[in-house]
Design a protein around this ligand. Structure first.
Ligand code: IMP
Ligand code: MG
Length: 253
């Protein structure tokens, strides 16, 4: 007899937790093995105490959790959803660029997690480079300036610009104009997140990971004032917390 603790319909997966005595763990391993021999189509996973703690930590709780989660409202995209989608994007890019050697350009710093994961799912020879920009919202509109430029030449290369999130599209629009002027053979865009509801400039995005609602999101590289980049998931920030931070900053200097 084995009655697993959970069934996850989205994944068609049974989960059995073993967090207690080693003797029971061994017995459960045996049961699961026999179940899989007899019913190879049934998907079941045995989670140990340490798996359980790292799962909790993924969501910001428990003894393994060292990330700062004060201010987080809710998880919008989980670590496993990110992993799955990034794998799909990598496969798609590998197909589309077959026979080529694309140059991936990451826009720092928000792109770090996405770029690191994505490039490991591209089964082609690639090169990478990074640029850093800063944007200003001034009285004459907003402008984007390059803080760190590329080291690679773009002339004649198949360039894929990698972005964390496209919001109004102003940043991407300016970047694309600048890069196009450097003579690449092709120039495409891959963005992890698309906050389409806020778009002001119509920019082409060739590969999109997820569409997100019009809310401020953090984690998996994205920050609010340099915080939260190390969260392994994408989450929304509590409105009240965001407001308190903004007021604190605007207070007397
Ligand atoms: P855009 O020029 O309005 O498209 O802004 C794009 C840039 O703003 C992104 O590359 C991010 O650095 C930042 N950004 C926009 N929305 C968010 C968000 O929800 N969380 C974190 N950063 C954001
Ligand atoms: Mg950015």
């Amino acid at each position: 007899m084995l009655s697993p603790d959970f069934y996850l319909p989205d994944l068609d997966l049974y989960v059995e937790l073993t967090t207690l005595r080693q003797r029971l763990v061994t017995e459960k391993h045996r049961k699961v093995r026999r179940l899989q021999e007899r019913y190879p189509d049934v998907r079941i996973k045995l989670l140990h105490r340490s798996d359980y703690f790292s799962l909790l930590a993924n969501y910001g709780f428990g003894p393994f959790s060292e990330v700062e989660v004060a201010g987080i409202h809710e998880v919008l995209i989980s670590a496993s959803e990110l992993e799955r989608r990034v794998g799909q994007l990598g496969a798609e890019i590998s197909r589309d660029y077959k026979g080529k050697e694309p140059l991936l350009i990451g826009v720092l710093r928000g792109v770090t997690c996405f770029m690191a994961d994505l490039m490991r799912h591209i089964s082609l020879p690639i090169a990478i480079d990074f640029m850093a920009i800063s944007s200003y919202d001034g009285e004459e509109g907003s402008s984007v300036s390059i803080v760190k430029d590329l080291e690679e030449s773009l002339a004649g290369r198949d360039v894929l610009l990698i972005e964390d999130i496209v919001d109004t599209g102003m940043t991407l629009n300016t970047l694309l104009q600048g890069l196009q002027g450097r003579g690449p053979a092709s120039l495409k865009v891959c963005a992890l997140l698309d906050k389409r509801a806020r778009r002001l400039v119509d920019v082409p995005i060739d590969y999109v990971g997820f569409e997100v609602p019009d809310e401020f999101v953090v984690g998996y590289g994205l920050d609010f004032r340099q915080k939260f980049r190390n969260l392994p998931f994408i989450a929304t920030v509590q409105k009240e917390w965001l407001q308190s931070q903004t007021e604190a900053k605007q207070g007397p200097e």
